[in-house]
Design a protein around this ligand. Sequence first.
Ligand code: MIC
Ligand code: SF4
Length: 645
Amino acid sequence: MGLTLTEKILKSHIIDGELVKGTEIGLRIDQTLTQDATGTMAYLEYEAMGVPRVKTERSVAYIDHNTLQSGFENADDHRFIGSVCKKHGIYFSRPGNGICHQVHLERFGIPGKTLIGSDSHTPTGGGIGMLAMGAGGLDVAVAMGGGAYYITCPKVVKVELTGKLSPWVAAKDVILEVLRRLTVKGGVGKVIEYCGEGVKSLSVPERATITNMGAELGATTSIFPSDEITKSFLEAQERGDVWVPLAADEDAVYDETVTINLSELEPLAACPHSPDNVKSVSEIGKLKIDQVCIGSCTNSSLLDMLKVAHILRGKTVHPDVSLSIAPGSKQVLQMLAENGALADMIAAGARILESACGPCIGMGQSPNSGGISLRTFNRNFEGRSGTRDGQIYLVSPELAAASALTGYLTDPRTLGDMPAFELPEKFKINDNMVEPPAPEAEMDSVEILRGPNIKPFPQTSPLAEQISVPCSLKVGDNITTDHIMPAGAKILPLRSNIPAISQHCFTVCDAEFPTRAKELGQSIIVGGVNYGQGSSREHAALAPLYLGIQAVVVKSFARIHRANLINAGILPLTFVNESDYDKISEGDKLELANVRADVIAGKQELVMKNLTTGTEIPVLCELTGRTKDIILAGGLLDYTREQLK
Ligand code: MIC
Ligand code: SF4
């Protein structure tokens, strides 16, 4: 029986467990990446493990999220990360060099290798045939220390692409179509593997747009084969030597198949407030817009920018619209500057932003009150843009640029003939903003530079004998990490200070939650389906840990967030009967008697008593050998320390 591409890479990297779907497996990790908003915590955790030099083939730290620097905090974090990199063998991509996923694809990714990153859009690397996954910072720290990365051995979904995209229909429309069909929870426990004739018509940046936004499916990752197109891309990046051909076997067996005829796709948009709320532009109809933002790790490649510049050339941005553009990397920005495309954007009235995440993570460019904003980004969760009432539509760069000129949601097919947009034969190569680490002989003399906002990892404790605490918060379905731990320009600078950032935990849902939880001392959170979707931020587990959360009981979890809860030593439980969700109200006293003994005994079904109503609720505690030990130890840091002893 033939293998899928996913299985081939898993097979060559498995170091613990067996390739049996649904079971936990440990993978050798070749490369890691971090970004600054999750990086400071990840490097504090790495330091706490006491491994002098990283054991991966390549680890890179990027500064791309917290670049607004409205106080000393972010700059201190950047300096701290830079010094850790120098000392411990990590490459440091300085602020200004670009968005982690864009730069990693250009300069560091290698087909067939494994990559984990402390950012949920790490699957961008799947665009060149890497098995690239988002993870919590602590998992990345462990991988840098040479430890395995554990995942549930995934199912593999085949997305068979046929046909060819029509002019002005984009790779973004492909992933929006996948999201429309599979939804934001359709990818949980699965890898999405693209194949078929249609793959040959997609360039690497287009493939990377698709794998990037595959994160919104909740998938473990997404992957394309590594073929001649991958080879030309890597050669144009002067990295042809790292190319290897990779594809699934002809007779590979998949768990599910989805077929998409690229020729039939039309321009789409994800409407407020979920990436799977997808409609065609014609269905949405005439929509007046206030703002257009082009950029983010989904759509900031040179190819995207060249299309945008072409559309804007010689025109003026509509008077009612603010257009911002953030090219994804220094390489992209410099090439746009040199070939005149940047001048076209500037002349049209675009507001050029630095090569960073920017508005995608609420770092500026919030829309006006009730404003309608078209963005080429990947997430449109409520509040993420920095305002409560912003209406965010996720679209392709072509659609965004066309609309910026008319002031209305505009089908880019009205632009007339589309010229052939080709990737250059040679990209501009200049890695002068990537600092290599100090040579091993000099690492001891490197001083780590800390700032006053950088506080240690919160206090953890081993799993208690019993949990008997109130429910401090009850939330509904599809709670995102942006609800649990909001980001944006005001809160992001607190990422290195868990006590301070905890004061914002869940405030989007309930402004009183942090104070109430702290007053209660210890408590439990109750939630619905797909709890914790979105970001990899472990702060969405560390803040609840700091606020005394002992367990989270939900209908179902998103993958990375569940792992982050376990890593933080918080017990993740699911209802055996989803309807039991209705049997708990906020304030009810809940009890898990003998929980420690039950977990040690490997009991999968526990009984949670609602002492307030007198009901008994069966809950699943699906912990395997390793995750069980992590929970018993009080989290991954304590567990790893014990292991290293
Ligand atoms: C995001 O897009 O939500 C982020 C900000 O990149 C996060 C990481 C973070 O919260 O720092 C992600 O996607 O993991
Ligand atoms: Fe940055 Fe946005 Fe990409 Fe997250 S999704 S890494 S915030 S550009």
